[in-house]
Design a protein around this ligand. Structure first.
Ligand SMILES: Nc1nc2c(ncn2[C@@H]2O[C@H](COP(=O)(O)OP(=O)(O)OP(=O)(O)O)[C@@H](O)[C@H]2O)c(=O)[nH]1
Ligand SMILES: [Mg+2]
Length: 325
């Protein structure tokens, strides 16, 4: 995803130390250390080389991450659900602190070296102190790398008309997304197959539409919702979208119609969005029509899919344009 794409793998303390010390040793190896002055200079340059590598690498890590308070609300909220914005800010602050601290220590020791008779022990002490600063932020580096891996999986939401597919688990949301877009989400006969938000696209009359597949939602209070469900809520809440709410009246999803309808009522109550209610699995013998549902479809036979798309496109057209995802 564009915002998080430029975050590279975050190195561990050990990897940084190996890299910096190797380069520092190399900087030293070519130096003439026959007289005292050149020996001082060689040890000084070893400290500075190592310190520069650390400070450059740490400053880059901080730069890779976006400024969270400026993220679109959708991404801010997902970042918070998946990794925690506070923890991210704290870890980035630690990395920034370490970078500045190393710079400071290097400066102090360069002066010490210049005033020393035997520079090697001073240099060793400096590198020891620098290494321990780096080691002290290892847990932050590990956390940032985990965060990076999670954030890079987020879909690339663009400024295009958006349809969010929501509903109970196992009702056929991903099957619908697979049917109408080029996306190939995982489809399986059990709930919570989809574990995060994902995007597919289709074009109609030269307009590109994005269709967001979401994890299944259970009918329960927000405070009891897990991270997976919260991602679906975030898509409904923060994408300026048209929502297609899918019900499985065959109940082969494993959930009662009543519960599915109650979730629908809750969503209608809490979010003021254009919403189309669709009943899926019309091909099943257990399927029955439900009051309030206009369109019956089957992602297996294709029945009703075209009508649903027509309806959704019309709803997008009628919707007031406002784009602040
Ligand atoms: N008979 C029939 N089965 C369907 C239809 N649509 C989906 N299924 C099946 O229902 C099961 C669940 O489909 P998914 O598309 O994974 O459902 P989902 O809503 O994305 O599920 P979660 O990601 O777990 O929330 C799969 O076994 C599908 O093959 C349909 O129209 N008819
Ligand atoms: Mg799914």
């Amino acid at each position: 995803m564009i915002i998080f794409e430029k975050i590279h793998t975050v190195p561990t303390s050990e990897e940084l130390i190996n890299k910096a010390f190797k380069r520092a040793a190399k900087a030293m190896s070519g130096k003439n250390i026959e007289n005292k002055y050149s020996r001082l200079r060689a040890n000084e340059s070893m400290i500075l080389t190592a310190a520069n590598i650390f400070t450059d690498n740490l400053a880059n890590i901080v730069r890779w991450f976006p400024s969270f308070d400026q993220l679109p609300r959708f991404y801010y909220k997902l970042t918070d659900i998946l990794v925690g914005v506070e923890q991210l800010k704290m870890s980035l602050a630690s990395v920034d602190w370490a970078s500045k601290k190393i710079h400071e220590v290097a400066r102090v020791y360069v002066v010490k070296i210049r005033n020393s008779d035997i520079p090697e022990p001073v240099r060793k002490e400096a590198l020891g102190r620098i290494a321990s600063i780096i080691k002290s932020i290892n847990k932050d580096l590990l956390f940032l790398n985990e965060a990076r891996n999670a954030l890079r999986k987020l879909p690339d939401v663009r400024d295009e008309p958006t349809i969010v597919i929501a509903g109970y688990p196992n009702v056929g949301k991903s099957s619908f997304v697979a049917k109408v877009t080029g996306a190939r989400p995982k489809i399986a006969p059990y709930p919570f197959t989809t574990k995060g938000v994902a995007i597919g696209h289709f074009s109609w009359n030269e307009v590109r539409y994005q269709v967001m597949d979401t994890p299944g939602l259970l009918d329960r209070p927000m405070s009891e919702r897990n991270n997976i469900e919260q991602q679906a809520i975030t898509a409904i809440q923060f994408l300026d979208a048209v929502v297609m709410f899918m019900i499985d009246p065959s109940e082969s999803c494993g959930y009662l119609i009543e519960d599915q309808k109650h979730l629908l009522t809750e969503i209608q109550k809490n979010f003021n969005l254009p919403l189309l209610v669709v009943a899926n699995k019309a091909d099943k013998p257990e399927f029955r029509k439900i009051d309030g549902v206009v369109l019956n479809i089957s992602t297996i036979t294709g029945e009703g899919i075209k009508e649903v798309i027509d309806r959704l496109l019309k709803m997008i057209e009628e919707k007031s344009p406002e784009s602040d995802f």
